[in-house]
Design a protein around this ligand. Structure first.
Ligand code: ZN
Length: 469
C-alpha cells in the first residue's frame, strides 16, 4: 500500500511515510470562534476529516489535532460590540462549531486545544526565539519575529521577499517593527484587551504562534501532516514554519496539505465578500446535512468547489442513490446459491476506490468506482442473482467505503466514536487480537450497540437503553 499526497512545500506528490511506522500525526488549523463557521470553512475541516477517515480505513493509527483560536483581534472586536466577556463569546461559538461539525459528521479530533489554554507553551516558544536572536521587543511590550534572521522564509508560499515590501499595509499597532515583514509573536498589553502576566511581560499571543505551540505540544517537534485552506499558506503557515524551526532546529512538518476555496456566485466564499452560507442556516432551510457533506467532500481537495443550489441538488441525488441501494440490499432475501461472479465485483470496487484515494485523495474516480458498483448491484438485485449472504457481503463493502465518505443513512445512526470503535474492533479481529476485540465489544455494548460476529465479519445493531437505566 502506498498513499501519495501532494506536499505544498516541495511541490511534489510523494508517498506518505509516517515518522513513526503505522502512526500518522496530523494538525489542522481549526476555526476562529468569533461567529458561526460558514461552509467554506467546513470544506477545509471536512477535507481533513476525509483524510483522517481514509488513513484509518487503511489501517493506520491517526492522531488528529485541530486547534480552536479563542483569542484574536476579531474575537476582541466581537466581544466589545456585543458587550460580552471574550471567554463567553468564544465559548458560545466553540459550542456552535462543534454542533455544526457533528451535524456534518466530522470525526471528532483526538484533541481540540484552545489557544488560551496554552499560554505557557506559547511563552516558552517566544522565550526560545528571543534567546536564539530570532525575535526582538518593541517599546509597547510586543515581540516580533525577525524575518531577516530566517533565510528560508518564503519557501512555502514561494515568495519574492524583496517585492513583499511593496504595498504592504502597516497596521497602526505594528509601528516600531524593524522591518514591515516581521510578524507579531506577542502583543503588548492595551486598554480594553485581555492580557496575561508572563515571564516575557504582560500581553497576549499573536495568532501564528499558537499553532506552532499547540501542534508541537500535542504531536511533537516534527510531525507528519499539517492541513489548512490555501489562504493560510501565507502568512500563517509560512510564519509557523519560521518560528517553529528557528526554535527547534528540526523540520517542523513533513507534508503540507492545502485545500482550495469554495466559491459561490463566482467568488471565494468569505465574510468580507458577503456571499457566505452558514451550516446552521442551510440546515434550518431543510437542506440534508448528508447532502451538504457530500457537496463539500466530492470535489478533489486541490480544486475549487463551485457551490450553488444546483451542486447541492446533485449531491442530494447522489446520496439518495446510495440510500436506495442500501435499503434494497437490507431487505433482500434469496435462499438460492451465491452469485459466482460477485466476489470479483466486490474486490474490484474496493481496489478501484482505494487506487483513486491512494492517489492524493482523488475522490472523483473513487466515487465513480462506488457508483459503478452500486449500478452493478442494482442490476443483480433486479435479476435476483444474489443470495442473501451476497447482499450482506455487498452491504459490508459499501459500509466500509462509506466509512471514508460518511454520507449514507446507516452511518447516521452511529456517532463518530462508535464508528471508530467498530472500525478498531474490525482491525483488532483482522490481526487476531481477541482481547482488544472483546474489550471493544464491551465498550460498544455500553453505548447501546450490540455486535455479533458472523462468518462474514461483525454486524451491529442498536438496542434501546431503558429510560432511567
Ligand atoms: Zn493555524
Amino acid at each position: 500500500m502506498t498513499i501519495s499526497l501532494h506536499d505544498t512545500l516541495s511541490g511534489d506528490t510523494r508517498p506518505l511515510e509516517p515518522l513513526e511506522a503505522g502512526h500518522v500525526r496530523i494538525y489542522s488549523c481549526g476555526p476562529t470562534v468569533y461567529g458561526p463557521s460558514h461552509i467554506g470553512n467546513f470544506r477545509s475541516f471536512l477535507f481533513a476529516d476525509v483524510l483522517v477517515r481514509y488513513l484509518r480505513y487503511r489501517g493506520l493509527r491517526v492522531t488528529w489535532v485541530m486547534n480552536i483560536t479563542d483569542i484574536d483581534d476579531k474575537i476582541i472586536k466581537g466581544a466589545a460590540a456585543s458587550g460580552e466577556a471574550i471567554g463567553v463569546l468564544a465559548e458560545r461559538y466553540t459550542t456552535h462549531f462543534l454542533a455544526d461539525a457533528a451535524a456534518l459528521r466530522m470525526t471528532v479530533p483526538d484533541t481540540l486545544p484552545r489557544a488560551t489554554g496554552h499560554i505557557e507553551e506559547i511563552v516558552e516558544l517566544v522565550k526560545t526565539l528571543l534567546e536564539n536572536g530570532n525575535a526582538y521587543r518593541t517599546d509597547d511590550g510586543s515581540i516580533f519575529f525577525r524575518i531577516a534572521s530566517w533565510p528560508a522564509y518564503g519557501r512555502l508560499a514561494r515568495l519574492d521577499l524583496e517585492n513583499l515590501r511593496v504595498g504592504e499595509r502597516v497596521e497602526s499597532d505594528e509601528y516600531g517593527k524593524d522591518d514591515v515583514r516581521d510578524f507579531a509573536l506577542w502583543k503588548g498589553p492595551k486598554p480594553g484587551e485581555p492580557s496575561w502576566p508572563t515571564e516575557i511581560g504582560p500581553g497576549r499571543p499573536g495568532w501564528h504562534i499558537e499553532c506552532s505551540a499547540m501542534s508541537m505540544k500535542h504531536l511533537g517537534r516534527s510531525f507528519d501532516i499539517h492541513t489548512g485552506g490555501i489562504d493560510l499558506i501565507f502568512p500563517h503557515h509560512e510564519d509557523e514554519i519560521a518560528q517553529s524551526e528557528a526554535a527547534t532546529g528540526v523540520p517542523f512538518v513533513r507534508t503540507w496539505l492545502h485545500c482550495a476555496h469554495l466559491q459561490s456566485s463566482g467568488a471565494k466564499m468569505a465574510k468580507s465578500v458577503g456571499n457566505i452560507a452558514r451550516v446552521g442556516d442551510l440546515l434550518e432551510r431543510g437542506i440534508s446535512p448528508r447532502a451538504l457533506r457530500y457537496a463539500l467532500i466530492s470535489v478533489h481537495y486541490r480544486m475549487a468547489i463551485q457551490y450553488s443550489d444546483d451542486s447541492l441538488g446533485a449531491a442530494a441525488a447522489a446520496v439518495d442513490r446510495l440510500d436506495a441501494a442500501l435499503a434494497a440490499l437490507r431487505v433482500y432475501r434469496n435462499d438460492g446459491p451465491d452469485d459466482p461472479s460477485l466476489p470479483a465485483v466486490l474486490d474490484q470496487a474496493r481496489a478501484d476506490f482505494e487506487a483513486a484515494m491512494d492517489d492524493d485523495l482523488n475522490v472523483s474516480p473513487a466515487l465513480g468506482a462506488l457508483f459503478d458498483f452500486v449500478r452493478d448491484l442494482n442490476r443483480r438485485i433486479d435479476a435476483r442473482t444474489l443470495s442473501t449472504a451476497d447482499a450482506e457481503r455487498a452491504l459490508r463493502v459499501i459500509g466500509d467505503l462509506d466509512s471514508v465518505l460518511g454520507v449514507t443513512a446507516e452511518v447516521a445512526d452511529l456517532d463518530p466514536v462508535a464508528s471508530g470503535l467498530l472500525a478498531d474492533r474490525a482491525a483488532a479481529r483482522a490481526s487476531r487480537d481477541w482481547a482488544a476485540s472483546d474489550r471493544l465489544r464491551d465498550e460498544l455494548a455500553a453505548r447501546g450497540i450490540l455486535v455479533e460476529d458472523t462468518r462474514d465479519g461483525q454486524r451491529w445493531r442498536r438496542v434501546e437503553v431503558a429510560a432511567g437505566g
